[in-house]
Ligand binder design. Structure first.
Ligand code: PGA
Length: 251
């Protein structure tokens, strides 16, 4: 099956058995992007993408993929966490992917959540994406409230990289990545919805029943800021990989 070419619709949906199958299929699509002479990946964090990163490491160790000519830009980072904090997205990416493949660490970008001037950091992040030639393939998870990156409901579709407040729903969902007694940050710096939509292709992954409503609203509901992921309907080249549980309300 040709993953991106020849799609009849701007959003192509593939339903797979379970989270592991979603990870394996996503791995194939990411490897296709990595097979270009150079590529720019937009990366995401969260439980949903972990099987994908495990599959990429396995493929790399088997000699099946190289990141040597790739650059990467992550969607977001917590405000106030240093890159060495284990729950920071920089540390998470090192643990889940960067330390296990041949990507050049100097070409892995995340917003600096501990920067003194966060507005300048946001502007610089946008400039760095542009300087790299833009993102070829942007990975996305989806929040149970429909967020993409940390663009929570109410985020303007025209938003760009900026500091945002996290909802209680998101902080509660992400508390599992923090140690006992640790507080989940209240703010993050995230690519905006307009930033995300500039990626040439988008690959959204959704697994588990907790995502079923959000995925249905994103793909079949009205486009608007009540469901940030509904903005994907405005993009011309989106693939959604969902497991059966997440696809349950797609009809
Ligand atoms: P999750 O997060 O993969 O941990 O469910 C996805 C998201 O919030 O975008």
């Amino acid at each position: 099956m040709k993953p991106f070419a020849g799609a009849d619709h701007a959003i192509r949906i593939e339903v797979l058995d379970d989270a592991e199958a979603v990870g394996r299929r996503a791995c194939d699509l990411v490897c296709e992007t990595l097979s270009a002479p150079s590529s720019v990946l937009g990366l995401a964090t969260g439980g949903t993408v972990e099987p994908l990163y495990a599959a990429l490491i396995t493929r790399h160790r088997a000699g099946g993929v190289s990141f040597a000519h790739a650059s990467s830009f992550n969607l977001d980072e917590y405000v106030g966490l240093s890159p060495d904090h284990p729950a920071s997205y920089r540390a998470t990416m090192r643990r889940l992917l960067f330390d296990h493949v041949d990507i050049d660490a100097a070409r892995t970008f995340l917003p600096h959540g501990a920067a003194a001037d966060l507005d300048a950091e946001a502007t610089a992040y946008e400039a760095a994406i542009r300087a790299a030639g833009g993102i070829d393939l942007q990975l996305l998870g989806i929040g149970s409230n429909g967020h993409i990156g940390f663009n929570e409901p109410g985020s303007p579709l025209a938003s760009r990289t900026r500091v945002v407040a996290l909802t209680e729903e998101t902080r509660t969902a992400n508390s599992r990545f923090f140690g006992p007694g640790e507080t989940v940050p209240t703010e993050a710096i995230t690519m905006g919805i307009a930033t995300i939509l500039e990626a040439r292709r988008i690959l959204m992954l959704a697994t588990g029943t907790a995502k079923a409503e959000a995925i249905a609203a994103a793909l079949h509901g009205p486009v608007g800021d009540a469901c940030p992921a509904s903005a994907l309907q405005l993009h011309g080249a989106v693939t959604v990989l969902a497991d059966r549980a997440a696809a349950a309300r797609l009809g």
